[in-house]
Write a protein that binds this ligand. Structure first.
Ligand code: GSH
Length: 229
């Protein structure tokens, strides 16, 4: 399936990056439109009037919003090349379940760690560890042979989502001084994420480390300042 593919995104957005990675895994040519989220383009507001957020994929003029919806659209539209979701309905359900957990539970728990300090941050860190514990056990139960990636033969939706959430753990470690990916505590999750982040395709798709450090420092300083005001 050819056609014109345009992605409205923002270089550091984990949601936008996960769509980029999906396009790269599939080998789909696309044009990237960098959006300034402080001054959204008329096109972005027209394509995503409900949420007014990136990413939006525009395929032959048709807009699709919401990163997970976009990735499923990509997989169903470009059926040639590696599949991002398994064919078997039960396996597919497992992928959707854990992608939902990563997104709604783990990712949501990580924001307060960035925006707080002191006791509030300690509570937030504890919450992230609770979620990582659930993920470690869940992956062990759902994929007893290893991690989802180790079991499969190519990067899929669940790998893409975990990359977008834990792939920049070294940036978080540097800025926050907090280590979440501990191989002693979470051996499966750690080896899964490490194997993925070492793939050339994933490395190439990742934004520069220093630029990400600078952005996280800025976001943290801004959040702490507004909390203190
Ligand atoms: N649920 C959405 C979340 C997208 C999202 O939160 N995008 C952020 C950038 S990381 C955004 O566009 N924010 C602009 C705003 O909130 O005004 C998805 O999965 O695509």
């Amino acid at each position: 399936m050819a056609g014109k593919v345009v992605l409205h995104g923002m270089w550091a957005s984990p949601y936008s990056r996960r769509v980029e990675l999906a396009l790269k895994v599939k080998g789909i040519e696309y044009e990237f439109v960098e959006e300034d989220l402080t001054s959204k383009s008329e096109a972005l507001l027209r394509y995503n009037p409900v949420h007014k957020k990136v990413p939006v994929l525009v395929h032959n003029g048709k807009p699709i919003a919401e990163s997970l919806v976009i990735i499923e659209y990509i997989d169903e539209t470009w059926t040639e090349g590696p599949r991002l979701l398994p064919q078997d309905p039960f396996e597919r359900a497992k992928v959707r379940f854990w992608a939902g957990f990563l997104q709604q539970q783990l990712f949501e728990a990580m924001f307060p760690v960035i925006k707080t300090d002191g006791e509030a941050q300690e509570r937030a860190v504890k919450e992230v560890h609770e979620k990582l514990k659930v993920l470690e056990e869940g992956i062990k139960g759902s994929y007893p042979e290893g991690s989802p990636f180790v079991n499969g033969d190519s990067v899929g939706l669940l790998d893409i989502v975990v990359c977008s959430i834990l792939g920049s753990h070294k940036v978080q470690e540097e800025v926050l001084g907090i280590k979440f990916l501990d191989p002693e505590k979470y051996p499966r999750v750690t080896s899964w994420v490490t194997a993925l982040t070492e793939l050339p395709l994933v490395k190439e798709a990742a934004p520069p480390h220093e630029k990400m450090v600078g952005l996280l420092q800025f976001l943290r300083a801004r959040a702490l300042k507004s909390a203190a005001a």
